[in-house]
Design a protein around this ligand. Structure first.
Ligand SMILES: Cc1cc2nc3c(=O)[nH]c(=O)nc-3n(C[C@H](O)[C@H](O)[C@H](O)COP(=O)(O)OP(=O)(O)OC[C@H]3O[C@@H](n4cnc5c(N)ncnc54)[C@H](O)[C@@H]3O)c2cc1C
Length: 152
């Protein structure tokens, strides 16, 4: 087995083909990692969420890191993304991005479930607390482990 650096193009392919990432954020020197579902377009990942710890932390520190991988029969590809959190408000300057995020994410069946459900019952109120956010990709690296030098 050998490990190779992946090209930007190969990294993009892994991100494009995947839909779940481990999202790491950090506050006051404490790390926090959770899986999220994403859509990839342009130089951004888009996601849907309810308010909670990760959103609180990313609002305070927008620098995040994500890891996405693909594996088959002992071979693997892993991509690490360094990025910046941007909350997409439904109105004002982020309105178009908000609709763009929604239109990409809703292509998956039951797309809202993983981000919309919480263990405790949510307060019933007149407004919906859910939100969309983007991660602008600042840097992306990839490594692939495969059987021979010529593998893809
Ligand atoms: C395959 C998959 C896809 C998902 N997709 C999304 C998505 O697109 N959007 C989204 O918002 N969420 C998604 N989730 C759920 C996500 O991983 C979090 O559980 C959820 O977002 C709540 O995070 P929070 O920071 O708001 O936690 P809070 O409700 O604020 O709770 C924080 C506390 O709960 C614990 N906790 C929270 N989440 C987890 C977890 N996953 N595992 C173990 N402990 C946890 C933390 O350690 C902390 O103690 C997905 C989960 C999976 C497995």
């Amino acid at each position: 087995m050998i490990v190779k650096e992946m090209s930007r193009h190969d990294c993009s392919s892994v991100v494009q083909e995947g839909h779940v990432a481990c999202l790491a954020c950090c506050l006051d020197d404490k790390p926090y990692v959770v899986p999220i579902t994403y859509a990839y377009s342009g130089n951004c990942l888009y996601a849907f969420s309810m308010p909670g710890r990760k959103i609180d932390w990313m609002r305070k520190n927008p620098n995040v890191c994500l890891q996405i991988d693909a594996s088959s029969e002992g071979e693997w590809k892993s991509v690490v993304i360094y990025g910046r959190y941007q909350e997409l408000a439904p109105t004002g300057q982020w309105h178009r991005e908000y609709l763009h995020a929604w239109s990409l994410l809703e292509k998956r069946v039951n797309w809202w479930e993983p981000g919309g459900l919480k263990p405790a019952p949510q307060e019933v109120s007149g407004h919906y607390p859910h939100l969309f956010f983007s991660i602008d990709i600042l840097e992306m690296t990839g490594r692939a482990c495969c059987a021979s030098e010529t593998c893809n």
